[in-house]
Design a protein around this ligand. Structure first.
Ligand code: ATP
Ligand code: MG
Length: 503
């Protein structure tokens, strides 16, 4: 084992030599003997001992305590004091220099050895501790992730530079502050404050992860999207002494996500537009062919055309024009709602009257093959809704009920008003062909038509329009259907402001 190298500082020559000889006996190497504070510093610098034995009372302007403080602080060499005095005042002064030992004269050779060995061990442990601490500090200071630690009361005990940059708080002002002031979070979607994860960890003693779309509000009120985890700090098992929160800036990632979403939406819109154009032009071709053929027939037959045939051809032309007009209206409506220009213009409506008139309209233009049964419990005379959109919405559902019940049958139309829950429910139920289960999930897609409907004229836009009208009212639409039995559509709309009841 390599023996420690020791510098002896003692102004009594005989004592100094005795100590040096004792040290040699113990196997230590004496790097030098100094008789004053000044020489002690010079010899410590020159011989670089591992330990200094320092007499407190020294001749000259620099006493042992001053010299020891310089040697310890500047040269990082541990010092053991030797003194004949052990009064409290001296002890207090000596303590400030953080000595590694204190031997009171007279001492035995054993006392000397014990003091030196303990000082060496203490110094080694202190070096290891310092190294660990430095390493930890370097890691935390170099981390790009922000770290905040708290005590068990949620008061900040540590912040690394990344967390200072992200929160806008300086470590000095943050220490001892309640963590929620510094780590202030909001839900980006609902714009409401969220429970601080530190509080949750302290209650539950578990790791807590933040959900998606959480923002930190920094000291200057700036919002920064972040991701984070908070973990309990445990010095002993089952004993939570605080919380460590690790968080990071997600601004860039969020930006990329938003761009990606916008791009996907754009692509979806583009393909929808192409589908739109191809379907619409295809749908226009059919009635145009009908019109062209009918006109050609009228031309060819000229005066030979019987009155009955003439009526048939004209009816076909009219119906084809009607179909084109219907398609045109739907396409224009879709275009407006797609561009976000769908105007929601609520006015007070007497719903009971409105529905009865709508049915009358249908009975007039539709065939008399269907029986409409209307029931209503609605006595509200001023429900605030958009009349135009309401007409589209219920008109499309009634038209479907008629169209997809070719054999006739009953069409039940119920109007329900719930004043407690403040909702209006419209139910339209037919006994028609029904919708096959495989088609049901795609019914609200543009141009989608169920397999059993292809022989019946339609564009596959009606329900998309209905849904947009329902959404404009902040309502909901659902349906149930069974092939060969019938279909039931339910629309629930909220009763909004300006309502008065005739009750
Ligand atoms: P249009 O755009 O002219 O209304 P459409 O009736 O085909 O055409 P939607 O009203 O959107 O389009 O309906 C989409 C599809 O849903 C229909 O093609 C049909 O297959 C099915 N469907 C809708 N309502 C009913 C119903 N009451 N009974 C049976 N099938 C229905
Ligand atoms: Mg329809």
């Amino acid at each position: 084992m390599v023996q420690a190298r020791i510098l002896v500082v003692e102004d009594e020559v005989i004592v100094a030599r005795t100590i040096a000889s004792q040290l040699n006996q113990l196997g230590y190497v004496v790097t030098g003997i100094a008789s004053s504070g000044k020489v002690a510093i010079a010899k410590a610098l020159e011989t670089k001992p591992e330990i200094v034995l320092m007499d407190i009372i020294l001749k000259g302007e620099i006493d042992g305590i001053t010299a020891a403080s310089y040697i310890h602080e500047q040269l990082d060499i541990p010092v053991i004091f030797l003194t004949a005095y052990s009064d409290n005042q001296t002890l207090e002064r000596a303590k400030i220099t953080q000595p590694f030992g204190y031997i009171v004269k007279p001492f035995t050779i054993k006392d000397l050895q014990i003091a030196i060995e303990i000082a060496l061990l203490k110094y080694r442990l202190e070096c290891e501790l310092r190294e660990n601490r430095d390493q930890l500090a370097t890691i935390l200071n170099s981390m790009s992730d922000a770290v905040i630690a708290t005590d068990e009361q949620g008061m900040v005990t540590f912040m690394n530079p990344a967390s200072e940059a992200l929160t806008g708080w300086q470590r000095e002002e943050a220490l001892g502050t309640e963590v929620s002031r510094i780590f202030n979070l909001v839900d980006e979607v609902t714009d409401t404050p969220i429970e601080n994860p530190v509080t949750k960890v302290l209650q539950e003693h578990n790791v807590v992860y933040l959900g998606d779309y959480i923002s930190l509000i920094d000291k200057n009120g700036r919002r920064i999207p972040i991701g984070d985890s908070a973990s309990p700090l445990m010095r002993r098992p089952n004993q939570v002494n605080g919380v460590v929160v690790v968080f990071w800036d997600m601004s860039e990632k969020r930006q990329t996500e938003l761009l990606k979403q916008a791009l996907e939406k754009e692509q979806e819109l583009n393909s929808l537009k192409s589908l739109f154009i191809s379907t619409v032009s295809h749908e226009f071709r059919n009635p145009l062919t009908v019109i062209q053929t009918a006109i050609e027939l009228i031309e060819i037959q000229g005066d030979n055309l019987s009155e009955a045939k003439k009526t048939t051809y004209i009816r076909r032309i009219k119906s084809a024009v009607q179909n084109m007009k219907h398609l045109m209206d739907d396409v224009l409506f879709m275009g407006r709602s797609e561009a976000g220009k769908l105007r929601f213009n609520p006015t007070p409506i007497n719903l009971d009257e409105f529905c009865r008139e709508l049915i009358a309209e249908f009975s007039l233009i539709g065939s008399n093959l269907h029986e409409f049964i209307f029931t209503s419990n609605c006595e509200i005379t001023e429900a605030w809704m958009d009349e135009h959109l309401l007409h589209y919405m219920l008109g499309n559902l009634l038209s479907n009920a008629v169209k997809y019940s070719p054999a006739g049958g009953t069409i039940q139309f119920d109007l329900r008003c719930n004043l407690v829950e403040r909702v209006i429910t419209f139910i339209i139920q037919d006994q028609g062909i029904g919708i096959p289960e495989v088609d049901q999930s795609r019914l609200f897609e543009s141009f989608y038509r169920a397999a059993n409907a292809h022989l019946i004229q339609g564009n596959g836009l009606g329900l998309v329009i209905v849904k947009r009208c329902v959404e404009a009212h902040n309502g909901q639409i659902t349906f149930t259907s069974q092939v060969g039995v019938g279909t039931r559509f339910t629309i629930i709309l909220p009763l909004t402001t300006g309502i008065s009841s005739s009750q």
